[in-house]
Design a binder for this molecule. Structure first.
Ligand code: NAP
Length: 254
């Protein structure tokens, strides 16, 4: 049966791969792009989202586009409400939108800290809170929150990002406990180094250093993450909740 999936930040990168994969799996997908108000950046993001939808349709999938800044509480609420208005339900929420910034602790300004926490942690909270209200009524929901391997291990130069991604884990575990008896499962995915625009700024030396610690010897692809999300929302994963799945090529093997 077709389910309704919302993937935040799905105009590019990992979110795009997840949106396409879920559509290929036969679900209807809401593609969310970052709406920054009436400006050229928003137009570009909308255009990218349109390209994702076109690709989705060429693969036989179906979906719609909704722009929203998920770091804004009201915009996140309205994104979820519009999804439910359009489809009557929301089955899968994939909180993928995120930003990062490499900065030493002693150079992180209050603004830097707040910006990262707002987008990488608070946005997931806003979307989960709004979505769970609808999911409770249907007694069904699958929530996947995008954490990061650095939310588990920590990382020099990413104090704020790591803290936000660790917060995402607490959010996920607690939702799993609070709503498991209402048919809602919540899990997190912790990617390692994945080839997207977010990691494109790393220089060759940094990439070589990272790869030396990756057991499988390559960076991950957005599709590596999408495959795991596809599994986690599938009936095969009905008994998995409150977990974090590391998808890091053995980077943090313990
Ligand atoms: P990306 O290529 O930079 O894409 C991030 C997407 O999120 C973009 O579409 C971006 O929109 C969107 N976004 C950012 N802030 C938003 C907001 N406030 N509202 C709506 N959309 C917003 O990043 P990625 O590598 O695909 O990362 C996706 C997720 O995986 C993030 O949560 C990231 O932290 C996590 N992750 C990535 C890696 C990695 O190695 N790449 C590793 C661990 C975890 P714009 O186009 O406007 O920027």
């Amino acid at each position: 049966m077709k389910k309704i999936a919302l993937v935040t930040g799905s105009s590019r990168g990992i979110g795009k791969a997840i949106a396409l994969r879920l559509a290929l799996d036969g679900h209807r997908v809401v593609i969310n792009y970052y709406n920054k108000g009436a400006n050229e950046e928003s137009d570009r993001n909308r255009q990218e989202a349109q390209e994702v939808l076109t690709q989705m349709k060429s693969l036989g999938g179906d979906g719609i586009i909704i722009g929203a800044d998920v770091s804004d509480s009201q915009a996140a609420q309205s994104l979820i409400d519009k999804t439910v208005e359009e489809y009557g339900q929301l089955d899968f929420l994939i909180n993928n939108a995120g930003i990062n910034q490499d900065q030493l602790l002693i150079r992180i300004s209050d603004n830097d800290w707040n910006r990262i926490i707002q987008t990488d942690l608070n946005a997931a909270f806003y979307c989960c809170r709004a979505a769970v209200k609808h999911m409770i009524r249907k007694r069904f929901g699958r929530i996947i929150n995008m954490s990061s391997i650095v939310g588990i291990t920590g990382n020099a130069g990413q104090v704020h990002y790591s803290a936000a991604k660790a917060g995402v884990l607490g959010l996920t575990y607690s939702i799993a406990r609070e709503y498991g008896n209402r048919g809602i499962n919540a899990n997190a995915v912790a990617p390692g180094y994945i080839q997207t625009d977010m990691t494109a700024k790393l220089n060759q030396e940094q990439v070589s250093k990272i790869l030396s610690g990756v057991a499988v010897g390559r960076m991950g692809t957005p599709e590596d993450i999408a495959g795991v999300v596809s599994f986690l929302v599938s009936p095969q994963a009905d008994y998995i909740s409150g977990q974090v799945i590391r998808v890091d090529g053995g980077m943090a093997a313990m």
